[in-house]
Design a protein around this ligand. Structure first.
Ligand code: SAM
Ligand code: SF4
Length: 333
C-alpha cells in the first residue's frame, strides 16, 4: 500500500479530525458572536464513517490522530468514537483538543476509552477576561477540568494559549508561573489569519519573542527541553524546578511546513492537506470503499503546497493559493 508521502518527501502519519463544527463557546478569534451557520447534522460524518476513513489511512501509515472541532466534547458520547478508533489496527496515539468546559465529568471515560493525550485551550487566567474572550465561558469549569485530567494522570496535558496584543499579553508571566506549579505544557501560539475576511487579526497579532523577555523580567532562567511525546511544531523550555514546561508555536513568523506530517479531515468529510489553503477534497461519498478513499488522500496530498505562506498575509504580499474561507472552528486548528 502506498504511504502518504508528498512530492516534497514529507511523510504523513498524523491526521486531525474535526468531529463537529459546533461549539458551546464563541471565542473572539474563532467564531462570530452571532450568525454562524453550522452544517446540518446529516452532513456531519457519523462515527462509522470516521472509523472507515481512519481504517483506510491507517493502512497508509497514519499512526496518530487528534480529535478536535468545534468543540469535540459537545458531540454525544465522544468516548465511543475514541474506543472505536483506538481499536483500528495501526493507530497508536489518540489526542483531543478541547475548551474543557465539559471535561470534568468526562476525564475518566476518555481515559478508559483509550485517549492518550489532551490539549486544553485557555487564553486567560482571569475569570472576567476569559468570559470576554470566549463570550460567556466559565473559567472555574475549565480549572476543574484541568484538575480532573491531572488526577486521571494524562501525560502530557498541553495548554494552548493564543497570544493577542492588548488582550492577554500581560498574562505571560502568570502562565509561566502556572507551568511551574502544575504538570502542564503551556504552549503560546501566534494568532493566525484563518477565517478572517478583514485585517482585524493583524492588530492583535504579536510575535512570540515577547515570551522570553517576560521570563527574563521574572529573573528566571530556562533551558531547552526535548519532549518524549513531541510530534508537533512546538519549541519547548523548562524553568529548572518547575512541574511543567512552556513552548512556542509560531506558524506565522516562522512556519513549520518543512516537517509538516499532518492531514486534516473536516466534520463534513473534506480532506484538507494544508490548514491555510482553501483546497479540499470530500471523502464522504466514498465511505466503505478503502481503495477510493486512499486514492483521494493521495490526490489531496499531491496538491499540498510546500508552505502555507501565512507570513505573506502578515506583510500583505500576494500569495500563490487562495487562503481558506473556512473558520478555525470548521477546520479544527
Ligand atoms: N474547541 C476546541 C478548543 O478550543 O480547544 C478545539 C477546536 S479550536 C478551533 C482548536 C485550537 O485552535 C484552539 O486551541 C484555539 O485556541 C485555536 N485557534 C482558533 N482560532 C485561532 C486563530 N485565529 N489563531 C490561532 N489559534 C486559533
Ligand atoms: Fe469553540 Fe474552540 Fe473555536 Fe473557542 S476556539 S469558539 S472553544 S472551537
Amino acid at each position: 500500500m502506498n504511504k502518504l508521502v508528498d512530492k516534497f518527501g514529507r511523510i504523513h502519519d498524523y491526521m486531525r479530525i474535526s468531529v463537529t463544527d459546533r461549539c458551546n463557546l464563541r471565542c473572539v478569534y474563532c467564531m462570530p458572536e452571532e450568525g454562524m451557520e453550522f452544517e446540518p447534522s446529516d452532513r456531519i460524518l457519523s462515527y462509522e464513517e470516521i472509523e472507515a476513513v481512519v481504517k483506510a489511512v491507517a493502512k497508509m501509515g497514519v499512526r496518530k490522530l487528534r480529535l478536535t472541532g468545534g468543540e469535540p466534547l459537545v458531540r454525544r458520547e465522544i468516548e465511543k468514537l475514541i474506543a472505536m478508533l483506538s481499536a483500528v489496527p495501526g493507530i497508536e496515539d489518540i489526542a483531543l483538543t478541547t475548551n474543557a468546559i465539559f471535561l470534568e465529568s468526562k476525564a475518566e471515560k476518555l481515559r478508559e476509552a483509550g485517549l492518550t493525550r489532551l490539549n486544553i485551550s485557555l487564553d486567560s487566567l482571569k475569570a472576567d477576561r476569559f468570559s470576554m474572550i470566549t463570550r460567556g465561558g466559565d473559567i472555574k469549569r475549565v480549572m476543574r477540568g484541568i484538575d480532573a485530567v491531572v488526577r486521571a494522570a494524562f501525560t502530557p496535558i498541553k495548554l494552548n494559549v493564543v497570544l493577542m496584543k492588548g488582550i492577554n499579553d500581560d498574562e505571560i508571566q502568570d502562565f509561566i508561573r502556572l507551568s511551574m506549579e502544575k504538570p502542564l505544557q503551556v504552549r503560546f501560539i501566534e494568532y493566525m489569519p484563518i477565517g478572517h475576511d478583514d485585517n482585524s487579526w493583524r492588530e492583535k497579532y504579536i510575535s512570540l519573542d515577547t515570551i522570553f523577555e517576560a521570563v527574563e523580567k521574572m529573573g528566571l532562567s530556562y533551558e531547552s527541553e526535548v519532549l518524549v511525546y513531541g510530534n508537533g511544531p512546538a519549541e519547548n523550555y523548562r524553568i529548572p524546578g518547575g512541574a511543567g514546561s512552556f513552548g512556542l508555536i509560531h506558524p506565522v513568523s516562522e512556519h513549520f511546513c518543512d516537517t509538516c506530517n499532518r492531514l486534516r479531515l473536516t466534520a463534513d468529510g473534506s480532506i484538507k492537506p494544508c490548514l491555510y489553503w482553501n483546497d479540499e477534497w470530500n471523502v464522504r461519498p466514498l465511505a466503505g470503499d478503502d481503495r477510493a478513499i486512499q486514492a483521494l488522500f493521495l490526490r489531496a496530498l499531491d496538491a499540498k503546497p510546500e508552505n502555507h505562506e501565512m507570513a505573506m498575509a502578515l506583510s500583505r504580499e500576494s500569495q500563490t493559493h487562495t487562503p481558506t474561507v473556512r473558520r478555525m472552528s470548521q477546520i479544527g486548528g
